[in-house]
Design a protein. Structure first.
Length: 351
């Protein structure tokens, strides 16, 4: 008996001991005879057949569906060439009283996995977890498109979720999960983050409710990807709101035009550059034409942007513009801002 088989046999004794404590007679001879049933092995080699490397040539994903009993699972694993003999697997599961504890799910079986290891994996529910990543700042339309593109998810999303209600994050799932269930999980996660941030919000903010906080957070998310800037940009918008100044933020104009159904062809959300004439587009979401916050979120903000909106940096800045490095230059006066804009135009011309 080689070292690997010896190790597996020692490991598997725990299951045999459990069964013995419940009064089941499990002499080596009885196990041997049962594992040899149907000509699965010859003589004393039967038990080793259960413990030695299996026939699988390369790793394989196998979906054990809900409601499958041990016989069906054994047959499936044999069909998928994970195990060599379904009868041996079936008998071993019943002898060790595991047949009622095998769990549904998608399993990744490595090459040469033994029947003992395969049985343990399905008993432990050691399922293969798939991932879907939702980046910060996507619209709900874009999030649904990501979910629809995953062939390992099921179900139709009949309606685009309300904007700003989905938390950007990496979510685990198993094949066959419903897309609507993942959306519900994203909504619940967002609400949890929002509730906690609202409870610890800074005093004196010009935000009447959680929806307004979420709206501001979505604008912050679209304005910067630099983590260190989020609270500072939040402070700019809070200062403008307090002064009654229009927010004048380009992402709201884009949302006014697209309503979240953006272009995805590498040419920006409009499929072109934002033009000066676009700033006159008449829509409540256009913060160049209408003061205050827009009617609702313009994207799905992440946790950091939600927290920044409710705990902004305290300062006197009321302007900011891109500085050409990925960040922004901030200004307290219009003359300072104009100088920053002129510098940004030079940088853009060189680019």
């Amino acid at each position: 008996m080689n070292a690997k088989i010896t190790s597996q046999l020692v490991y598997y004794k725990s299951f045999l001991f459990m069964a013995q404590k419940k009064g089941i007679f499990l002499s080596l001879l009885s196990i041997l005879l049962l594992l040899c049933a149907g000509g699965a092995a010859l003589g004393g080699l039967g038990i080793y057949k259960f413990l030695e490397a299996g026939p699988l040539e390369q790793q394989r994903l196998v979906h054990v569906k809900s409601g499958m009993g041990v016989s069906a699972i054994a047959a499936l694993l044999e069909k998928e060439q994970v195990i060599e003999n379904a009868l041996i697997f079936n008998i071993a599961a019943r002898l060790t009283e595991q047949e009622g504890f095998l769990k549904a799910g998608e399993y990744e079986f490595p090459a040469k996995i033994s029947m003992a290891q395969a049985l343990h994996r399905v008993r432990a529910g050691d399922v293969f977890e798939r991932k879907v990543t939702i980046p910060e700042g996507l619209t709900s339309y874009q999030v649904v498109k990501i979910l629809e593109a995953r062939e390992d998810l099921e179900g139709e999303v009949a309606q685009i979720p309300e904007e700003g209600t989905l938390l950007p994050e990496t979510y685990l799932f198993v094949a066959g999960e419903q897309r609507n269930d993942k959306i519900k999980k994203m909504q619940d996660a967002l609400q949890t983050i929002l509730d906690a941030a609202w409870e610890s919000r800074q005093a004196g903010l010009p935000l009447e409710n959680k929806r307004e906080a979420l709206t501001l957070a979505s604008i912050i998310e679209k304005e910067t990807s630099v983590a260190e800037e989020r609270r500072r940009i939040a402070g700019v918008f809070i200062n403008r709101l307090k002064k009654g100044m229009p927010l004048q933020t380009d992402p709201t104009v884009i949302y006014a035009i697209t309503k979240g159904k953006i272009q995805d062809e590498g040419k920006g959300p409009l499929g072109r550059r934002l033009l000066r004439k676009d700033l006159d587009f008449d829509d409540p979401y256009n913060t160049y034409k209408y003061p205050g916050l827009p009617p609702g979120p313009i994207a799905n903000p992440g946790k950091a942007s939600i927290e920044a909106a409710l705990n902004p940096e305290s300062h006197d800045y009321i302007y900011f513009v891109a500085d050409g490095t990925g960040g922004h230059a901030f200004a307290k006066t219009l003359s300072e801002h104009n100088a920053n804009v002129a510098q940004w135009r030079k940088v853009r011309a060189r680019q």
